[in-house]
Design a protein around this ligand. Structure first.
Ligand code: TRP
Ligand code: ZN
Length: 488
């Protein structure tokens, strides 16, 4: 019999004694294991039950040449039930040591689940601190749609990037990796001298240090630089990022004073300049259209061309691969910035609700075009209906393949109906209720769910209530209908 079982037997004997004597109180807690997932319809094992994280304190030491990471994660969480054990999501890497409330904890690993058994059961409502030392060569995760996320090295030992939509963040830190559990973050990254480390939020300090033999020393001639980043606003873990590279960093402010921090791979810097120059204006425009910008800073990370096959709306600082150029590059950056309101601040309750991210961000591109002398949102809508790729190159996609609010499976959450037809749903609402009510709806949605989570059902109920219109037909045909919708 292991110690754990003995201890539990002893605990129940004490509980029985209390029951016999009518004695109450005392420190005896009888916990149950927390669930190994939050039963997301598409990623049932993503996230974990029994607790909510309040804060992540990540301390990452990375050697870009050897590709090795050594890290400590301190996770402050609140127990939502009495816990005898709880899970974190982690893929690959070796776990060296785990403590809970300062005491050594037992742990084991099965698949992407790290199960932690604290020395003492945790009380319901208790705020507890878990410290995990881990490291190794992080691996990427392949998504159901075939794309790569997780920890991705840049070509030629130039650095690496950590990205996590939908479930890749578990490849670089243990956590409650589901968007329904948002938390604040401190991310400290130690890299060899000469490299930049960029993450979410604001840079609190940047310190040069002599080497101390850590993983980052190998490539830096012993010298290291420590970057301390803070995200004071809640963040879903899929939006966390770290980019390590020899970036060209630029800082500034938007016209209304929001700090801007951009990091661009040297080879992409010249070509990126024109679109990057418009980033402050895009953020201001978004504030006008969608309401106050939801975070304390903004920016962009431009990786070498080909690093990722997609862009990602990582919080405050989206990641793109290759310089954004021309109208297409402008629309891409605008799309990722629009996600700061829709996706990052208002996050989906489940991965099935993705159209709330992508439909809104695509609609934002249409609106930006409308407000800057390009085709209007209505013209984009018409182009999609007609498959007219002159107006919008994406209009030729199979936006009618499935209803945006009911993607058939996990590989479809990045499918074109989620983007294009999601945006068409918004234009359909605008047609029904008129501009004034429509923009009040969009701003109200961003304001009322700011820094929270929402589902499709929350949105449809909210839209009806806010506009006072019966929109059932729009939902039935455009949001949930299996048929290809006809022109309204
Ligand atoms: N969200 C990204 C964008 O705005 C695209 C994306 C990357 C994505 N990885 C994903 C979408 C995984 C769904 C799932 O363009
Ligand atoms: Zn998007």
């Amino acid at each position: 019999m292991d110690h754990r079982v003995l201890r539990r037997l002893a605990a129940s004997a004490v509980a029985a004694l209390f029951a016999l004597t009518g004695c109450t109180g005392g420190g005896v807690v009888e916990g149950r294991p927390g669930a190994s997932g939050v039963r997301d319809p598409f990623f049932p094992k993503a996230g974990n039950g029994g607790y909510q994280v309040e804060h992540y304190d990540l301390d990452l030491d990375y050697d870009p040449v050897g590709g090795r990471l050594h890290a400590t994660a301190v996770i402050t969480a609140r127990a939502e039930q009495a816990l005898s054990s709880f899970n974190l999501d982690l893929s690959g890497l070796q776990v060296e040591r785990v403590t809970v409330q300062g005491a050594g904890a037992r742990f084991n690993r099965t698949g992407n689940e790290l199960t932690v058994r604290p020395a003492e059961d945790l009380r319901r409502g208790e705020v507890f601190r878990t410290e995990i030392d881990y490291g190794g060569k992080p691996k990427h995760v392949t998504d159901p749609d075939g794309s790569r996320e997780g920890w991705i090295p840049l070509a030629g030992g130039q650095g690496a990037v950590g990205v996590g939509e939908p479930v890749g963040s578990m490849a670089w830190f243990p956590g409650n990796h589901h968007p329904s559990d948002k938390a604040t973050y401190d991310i400290e990254v130690t890299v060899p001298k000469g490299y930049e480390a960029v993450s979410n939020g604001e840079l609190r300090s940047r310190t040069d240090e002599p080497g101390d033999g850590g993983a980052a020393d190998a490539a830096g001639g012993g010298g290291r630089t420590v970057f301390a980043w803070r995200s004071a606003e809640p963040m879903a873990s899929y939006l966390a990022t770290v980019a390590v590279g020899k970036f060209k960093v630029t800082t500034g402010k938007t016209p209304s004073g929001i700090p801007v921090h951009t990091a661009v791979a040297p080879g992409e810097a010249a070509a990126s300049a024109p679109v990057l120059g418009r980033l402050p204006e895009m953020v201001e425009w978004g504030s006008g259209r969608f309401g106050p910008y939801p975070f304390s800073s903004t920016g962009l990370i431009v990786l070498p061309e080909g690093t990722l096959g997609y862009a990602l709306e990582t919080q405050t600082r989206p990641v793109i691969s290759g310089a954004p150029t021309g109208e297409e590059g402008e629309a891409l950056v605008l799309h990722e910035l629009a996600h700061q309101w829709f996706g990052d601040s208002v996050s989906p309750k489940s991965w099935k609700d993705m159209w709330l991210n992508e439909g809104f961000a695509t609609y934002a591109e249409w609106l930006w075009s409308e407000d800057h002398g390009g085709p209007s949102a209505q013209q984009h809508f018409d182009a999609y209906l007609a498959g007219d790729t002159d107006v919008d190159p994406a209009a030729g996609s199979d936006w009618y393949a499935f209803p945006p609010a009911a993607p058939p499976g996990p590989k479809d959450i990045s499918g074109s109906p989620v983007y294009g037809r999601g945006a068409m749903v918004l234009q359909r609402i605008r047609q029904e209720v008129g501009d004034e009510k429509f923009f009040a709806l969009v701003r109200g949605w961003a304001a009322d769910h700011r820094h929270g989570n929402a589902s499709t059902a929350d949105f449809t109920a909210y839209a009806q209530e806010k506009t006072g219109h019966d929109l059932k037909k729009v939902w039935d045909v455009w949001l949930y209908g299996k048929e290809r919708p006809k022109a309204p």
